[in-house]
Write a protein that binds this ligand. Structure first.
Ligand code: NCD
Length: 305
């Protein structure tokens, strides 16, 4: 496997292996700190990012490698009208591996046709975000100890939330998974995800507009931000943005070992008082992002430790 465009580019065994390597890096970081000496990671971010870009850069620096790139389209030749194909053609001559985020769905597939080095999809529009899913899976592995037989609630913007789409795809490969899809009517899970990963696989699911009604059933609650940047209409965003707010009150109806996840950034979906609840896993989740990305870089560059 050369690129990571969709989480299903990795088998479940490869994901287990990445998590095992990430765990080992957390335990013994010194063993890895020269692993990518003289290697260069390019981070091409045509859309804003904090965690994904910085964790990729921190990952490569901690492997002894170097990083270059840009953090907004405005500082690249995209503003002059350069195509993705041309940008990638050129950057693959400057770097050994590329992590790219782009507002257009499918942009990483175009990139993968024009590269000589591995391409990692760091988020393409409202489509997919496979490295967030690796972070999410590592969190589930640590917090729940298994991927099978989990009831997973996805709450918020299921329409534009690319982290939700990729995580559903990944979890659909385990047995005994049940999905509870919690969103306003306007932000329901799109059929390209629902059909392919839930219905065609005969996975049990329930849809609800009410978090209160279903919170008690969940092993995992995956909260998401309403994706402002994907709305055509500001009024519609303002009407929907606070559809769900997780508070301490609501949590009193949840299981005592439910795991609360969020890819972050949080806007208003989780009250800050919830941060003190032992079920809050979202900051740990962000922390794992660096180590699982280190493991991914090692795999794609075929570095053996
Ligand atoms: C997510 C994204 O970019 O899709 N952020 C992230 O990478 N952790 C979620 C979001 O922006 O809401």
């Amino acid at each position: 496997m050369k690129n990571l465009i969709n989480i299903l580019d990795l088998s479940v065994e490869e994901i287990d292996r990445l998590i095992a390597v990430a765990d080992d890096i957390m335990l013994s970081p010194d063993r890895y700190n020269e692993a990518c000496r003289h290697k260069i990671l390019a981070t091409l971010f045509f859309e804003p990012s904090t965690r994904t870009r910085l964790s990729f850069e921190s990952a490569m620096l901690s492997l002894g490698g170097n990083v270059l790139g840009f953090s907004e389209a405005a500082s690249s030749s995209a503003v002059k009208g350069e195509s993705i194909a041309d940008t990638i053609e050129v950057v693959s001559g400057y770097a050994d591996i590329i992590a790219m985020r782009h507002p257009k769905e499918g942009a990483p597939i175009v990139a993968s046709d024009h590269t000589t080095v591995p391409i990692i999809n760091a988020g393409d529009g409202g489509h997919y975000h496979p490295t967030q899913t690796l972070t999410d899976l590592m969190t589930i592995h640590h917090e729940m100890g298994r991927f099978d037989n989990l009831t997973v609630g996805m709450c918020g913007d299921l329409k534009f939330g690319r982290t939700v789409h990729s995580l559903i795809g990944a979890l659909s490969r385990y047995t005994g998974i049940k999905f509870v899809l919690i969103s306003p009517e306007e932000l329901k899970l799109p059929s390209f995800v629902k059909q392919k990963y839930i219905k065609n696989k005969g996975i049990e699911y329930k849809q609800s507009t009410s978090l209160d009604e279903v919170i008690g059933d969940l092993d995992i609650l995956y909260m998401t931000r309403v994706q402002k940047e994907r709305f055509f209409n500001e009024e519609e965003y303002l009407r929907l943005k606070d559809s769900y707010i997780l508070t301490e009150d609501k949590l009193s109806m949840a299981k005592s070992n439910m795991c609360i996840m969020h890819p972050l950034p949080r806007v208003n979906e989780i009250s800050t008082a919830v941060d003190r609840d032992p079920r809050a896993c979202y900051f740990k989740q962000a922390h794992y992002g660096k180590f699982i990305r280190m493991a991914l870089i090692l795999k794609l560059l075929e570095v053996e430790i």
